[in-house]
Ligand binder design. Structure first.
Ligand code: ADP
Ligand code: TRP
Length: 330
């Protein structure tokens, strides 16, 4: 009997703007492997509702993210491509999994504690969203979830919930594992190089957004924070600014940042090379995104077809979970 192919799944929450870090750390690795691995890519719009949000903005970003992912090479013929809320089985499974999750277990999530600490009005969904994330993962029998460090704990929770559900109610779910995104350079904010480049950073100056025009990208790179030493070396601990520029150049060109450091004498030269490399990577994606944005029907059809396929897969899994947990078939 041949073994089932490993299935990988990645979600993107449509809040803020997708940036170069997301591209090299998450989007490019999925796109590169979608023809050889069984891949699920989705826009996790329901997760954008866990914090204060503007409804029109979430809707707009959902389309923007889907369009950008397609522009960046996600191929709906090669991977399962969908918007989370188009597959209501995710929320149905969420409830069943809540019934197999401890309140204390959810409360212990570090991201919950951090985000809840920053808010006056904490939504119930902020507490339960890792369980929805577990549903996203378990509903497709996912084996591997490439995630950054901050999401690892959530994948481990999904694994714990799956193991508990299986042992109490019978084998139902595949146990997922968090995996490091392959070779992803961790791209730091250009204005604050000690912080990760992030979708949710309020200031745009440090973030190289995939929809930034070339002149904007260049300006951001040229204004990137460095230091006074003037010496080009790769030492992220002690020289975060210049090291980040080398990491960006490495991520865009495939070269090793240590080796690159030896090729430049001055920050100005390095910045010019980084600006060119970033524009070479980002501009084709932005152009394809603009072309796709001219064809909203095409994107809508892709999402409709993806949702339909996903509903079939997800529906079968939810039916198993419903039966296992004790619900009477309708
Ligand atoms: P953000 O922090 O920008 O909101 P997410 O936490 O939603 O990003 O991350 C989505 C994916 O993008 C993660 O799986 C992670 O691998 C990748 N990613 C995010 N930021 C970076 C970064 N600065 N450098 C490299 N990869 C990143
Ligand atoms: N919560 C993830 C984030 O904010 C996105 C996400 C939702 C996800 N569901 C997922 C990632 C399932 C991996 C697996 O970045």
């Amino acid at each position: 009997m041949s073994a089932r192919t490993t299935r990988r799944l990645t979600g993107f929450t449509p809040s803020g703007s997708l940036h170069l870090g997301n591209y090299v750390g998450a989007i490019r690795p999925i796109v590169e492997r979608q023809h050889t691995a069984d891949t699920v890519v989705f826009v996790s719009d329901l997760h954008a509702l866990t914090l204060d949000h503007d409804p029109a903005e979430v809707r707009r970003r959902t389309t923007e993210f889907a369009t950008l992912l397609l522009a960046a090479g996600a191929d709906p013929d090669a991977c399962l491509f969908l918007v989370q809320s188009h597959v209501p089985q995710h929320t149905e499974l969420h409830y069943l999994l809540e019934c197999a999750t401890g309140f204390g277990e959810a409360q212990r999530m570090i991201q919950f504690k951090e985000k809840a600490g920053q808010q006056q009005h904490v939504r119930m969904s902020l507490l339960t969203y890792p369980i929805l994330m577990a549903a996203d993962i378990l509903i497709y029998d996912t084996d591997e979830v490439p995630v950054g460090a901050d999401q690892r704990q959530h994948v481990e929770l999904a694994r714990d919930i799956a193991a508990r559900f299986n042992s109490r109610y019978g084998e139902t779910f595949t146990l997922p594992t968090a995996v490091n995104p392959p070779v992803a350079a961790r791209i730091m904010d250009l204005a604050t190089p000690t912080a990760k480049m992030s979708k949710s950073t309020a200031s745009a100056a440090g973030s190289l957004r995939l929809l930034d025009e070339p002149a904007v990208l260049r300006r951001k790179v040229m204004r990137a924070v460095t230091d006074d030493s003037g010496e080009v070396v790769f030492d992220p601990e002690r020289r975060p600014g210049v090291s980040n520029l080398l990491a960006v150049l490495g991520a865009c060109t495939g070269a090793d940042p240590h080796g690159l450091a030896r090729s430049f004498d001055r920050y100005g030269e390095l910045k010019a090379a980084v600006a060119d490399a970033v524009v070479d990577v980002v501009e084709p994606v932005r152009q394809r995104c603009l072309e796709l944005a001219e064809k909203p029907d095409l994107v809508r059809d892709v999402l409709r077809a993806g949702a339909q396929r996903a509903r079939e897969l997800a529906g079968a899994k939810v039916a198993l979970a419903r039966e296992a947990i004790g619900l009477l078939p309708a």
